[in-house]
Design a protein around this ligand. Structure first.
Ligand code: PMP
Length: 423
């Protein structure tokens, strides 16, 4: 199907055919959901051993009774796991509660109100604050900015990461730009991995940005490969080479490794940043849930155990991703109806329709019983200027349900595009 070259007669014929297909789907009264970027119950069950795993032994490797207060930095063995995920030293990592999003919020708040390295450096002291948001991106990053009154500036995401020419030009020109959101591996939602060159250029932003600039490096999918583990350049090594260690804050968690709502989150940063952040944390808590950290370390005591565990996730997720990619490939390869990346990990596939179609596709799919993430959710303020991006999250439905939902999806994409071309 190629709409740009089609005659009006051809378009009308397609419209009739697709409308009939769509009506037949509506008549099936489906109820399918591709909205949620969360693990399925089958995946969660991979970690059910967590429950009861301590068998009354609450001592960590260094003899700490994890039931008690204290240990603000987290258990040493948990910090080591975090250090492995980030490729940094355990001393640069804190292991905390269940949510990396909470750590991101706490870091943002520290930067806005208190400053990481000096109170005079608190962003709010210098007036308006802005963040660069590669788009499409993760809606909760945008929510954090809105909550703290940080203006968002979208920049394009390419197949190898954010458009760095655009990012560098913005950062150079405007000292009120205080940071950038990055999901560097299997980005949410496009699934791309940042290239080495992009990672190095991001590591160098601290040199050209105004003071206090921080990269929020949200490595939520660091070990979430579907096949062979694909590498991501180590941003902190580049930072060390360029003298910008203080400009990067790294985040990760076990949310999509063990139990999503009951895991362990990690943050990594330079010694200088840690000083400021510990002060903030210390005011807030006497220490994190070390019992849960210990449970995680018993379940995943070393890197081999982690890798084996992630392979089990991959074998559950892979057929779902295959179903999405096969449907897109069969329906749209060689057409002018849409574009997408083929992620080798993470939780999402992002599809770009022709301009001004996404909202209508989501609406038609919903009427046919297939829920999709609202169009626009992957952009700051919920506004996709091209109205073209749709995030597909196939982890929760069964493979058969994903196949069924994708049939609806491709029919809706075609139908909306043809109708628009006819209008
Ligand atoms: N970052 C990204 C990019 C995510 O996709 C998600 C979950 N959808 C999170 C963070 C949330 O992480 P956590 O559960 O550790 O708060």
């Amino acid at each position: 199907m190629n709409l740009n070259n089609a005659s009006n007669d051809q378009l009308r014929q397609w419209e009739q055919q697709l409308s009939a297909e769509y009506d037949a789907i509506v008549a099936q009264k489906l109820s399918l959901d591709l909205t949620r970027g969360k693990p399925s119950s089958e995946q969660l069950s991979l970690s059910d051993e967590l429950d009861g795993i301590l068998k009354g032994n609450y001592k960590s490797l260094d003899g700490t009774d994890t039931r008690n207060y204290g240990g603000l930095d987290g258990l040493p063995e948990a910090r080591e796991l975090g250090a492995h995920i980030f490729g940094v030293k355990p001393a640069e990592v804190l292991a905390q509660g269940n949510s990396s999003l909470t750590l991101m919020f706490q870091c943002l708040l520290t930067a806005v109100e208190f400053g990481f390295t000096s109170a005079e450096g608190a962003w709010s002291k210098a007036g308006r604050m802005k963040f660069i948001c590669p788009v499409p991106g993760y809606d909760r990053h945008f929510t954090l900015c809105e909550q703290l009154n940080i203006d968002m500036i979208p920049v394009a995401m390419n197949a190898n990461g954010p458009d760095m020419d655009q990012v560098e030009a913005l950062v150079q020109a405007d000292s009120s730009i205080k940071g950038i959101w990055c999901v560097p591996k299997y980005s949410n939602p496009t699934g791309v991995i940042y290239s080495d060159d992009v990672v190095e250029r991001i590591a160098k932003l601290g040199k050209i940005a105004g003071s206090g600039f921080r990269v929020f490096w949200d490595n939520a999918y660091a070990v979430h490969d579907l096949g062979a583990a694909l590498p991501l350049a180590n941003i902190m090594e580049f930072c060390r080479a360029h003298g910008t260690e203080d400009s990067v804050l790294q985040f990760a968690s076990t949310s999509k490794i063990t139990h999503a709502g009951a895991g362990v989150a990690f943050v990594a940063m330079s010694e200088a940043n840690l000083k400021g952040f510990r002060k903030f944390l210390n005011a807030q808590s006497i220490g994190p849930d070390k019992v849960n950290q210990l449970r995680h370390m018993r379940l995943l005591p070393d890197i081999d155990a982690l890798n084996q565990h992630m392979k089990k996730h991959a074998s559950i997720l892979q057929p779902r991703f295959d179903a999405v990619l096969k449907a897109l490939d069969e329906a749209f390869t060689g057409t002018d109806l849409g574009t997408w990346e083929k992620p080798a990990g993470g939780y999402f596939v992002a599809f770009d329709t022709r301009p001004n179609c996404a909202k209508e596709v989501v609406r038609l799919a919903a009427e046919a019983g297939v829920k999709l993430t609202p169009a626009g959710a992957t952009f700051p303020y919920g506004k996709d200027p091209q109205d073209c991006n749709i995030r597909i999250a196939p982890s929760v439905p069964t493979v058969q349900e994903v196949i069924g939902a994708m049939e609806v999806f491709v029919t809706c994409v075609k139908l909306v595009a043809v109708r628009q071309q006819l209008a």
